[in-house]
Design a protein around this ligand. Structure first.
Ligand code: ATP
Ligand code: MG
Length: 239
């Protein structure tokens, strides 16, 4: 995996909300076909990073390259077409629509015509097939998370960003979601950038871990080495 090229390169990225600087000079690279965990306390800047990568926020300074192409000023739609999909904090499912309508929406803008179809998402998440015609309001938290991931996959991404997919889910469901992400990496070559408060779960599947602290990177390290480092784990991850 060390020989893999970087699908994403971020250089000296600074993002602010008015006078509040949320990211201050962040530099990182994400190798293709890897799972990278993005960890850190509340307010560390994790969501801001994801929202900036997917074009929802504009950087104040710095460079973002997806596959070598600068996307710092590219529209959200064109970033999706370039192969980046974002599963937002709080899931972002449209609850008035059915499961299938949500999935079809996810496929409206996509990288290319091949790749993920409804049936593939239903194979990955069988509960969604059974509930295809139901309104998303009727779904459990775990099913909504499946739907949010499925919807993102419908754009046929190469890089998938997830913002705290485990939030509010029972441990069994968290383990299921993590296992699915690993399978996506191994079977489909998908690259995953996984923001988590649940550091233990994220580290269990990650190749690499980046820990943010107050808008800057405190640690960027092999995930197993971080998980095995008692001092860093206690100091930064609290377990
Ligand atoms: N819309 C906003 N307007 C002003 N400040 C914001 C806004 N969103 C976030 N911030 C601030 O930016 C900083 C980073 O926030 P961000 O949401 O990116 O952190 P986070 O790591 O995702 O936190 P959490 O773990 O709580 O989700 C914080 O200081 C936060 O208060
Ligand atoms: Mg957040």
């Amino acid at each position: 995996m060390s020989a893999a090229k970087n699908i994403l390169e971020v250089e000296d990225l600074t993002v602010a909300y008015g006078a509040v600087r949320a990211l201050g000079g962040v530099t990182l690279a994400v190798p293709e076909g890897s799972v990278t965990a993005v960890l850190g306390a509340n307010g560390a800047g994790k969501t801001t990073l994801l929202r900036t990568l997917s074009g929802l926020l504009r950087p104040r300074d710095g460079r973002i390259a997806l596959d070598g192409r600068d996307i710092g000023r590219t529209s959200v739609e064109d970033i999706v077409r370039a192969g980046l999909a974002h599963v937002p904090e709080g899931r972002g499912v449209i609850v008035e629509l059915t499961v299938e309508e949500n999935l079809r929406l996810g496929g409206l803008i996509r990288r290319d015509a091949d790749g993920w179809a409804l049936g593939d998402v239903y194979d990955l998440f069988p509960p969604l097939r059974e509930r295809a015609r139901r309104q998303a309001t009727t779904l459990s938290g775990g099913e909504r998370q499946m739907l949010a991931i499925g919807r993102a996959l419908m754009s046929n991404p190469r890089l998938l960003l997830l913002d705290e997919p485990s939030l509010g889910l029972a441990p069994r469901l968290v383990a299921q979601i993590m296992a699915v992400l690993l399978r996506m990496r191994d079977d489909r070559g998908l690259t995953v950038l996984l923001v988590e408060q649940n550091a233990r779960s994220a580290l269990s599947i990650a190749d690499r871990a980046i820990v943010f602290n107050l808008g800057v990177i405190a640690i960027d390290k092999d995930a197993r080495l971080l998980a095995g480092d008692d001092r860093l784990r206690h100091a930064y991850l609290g377990f």
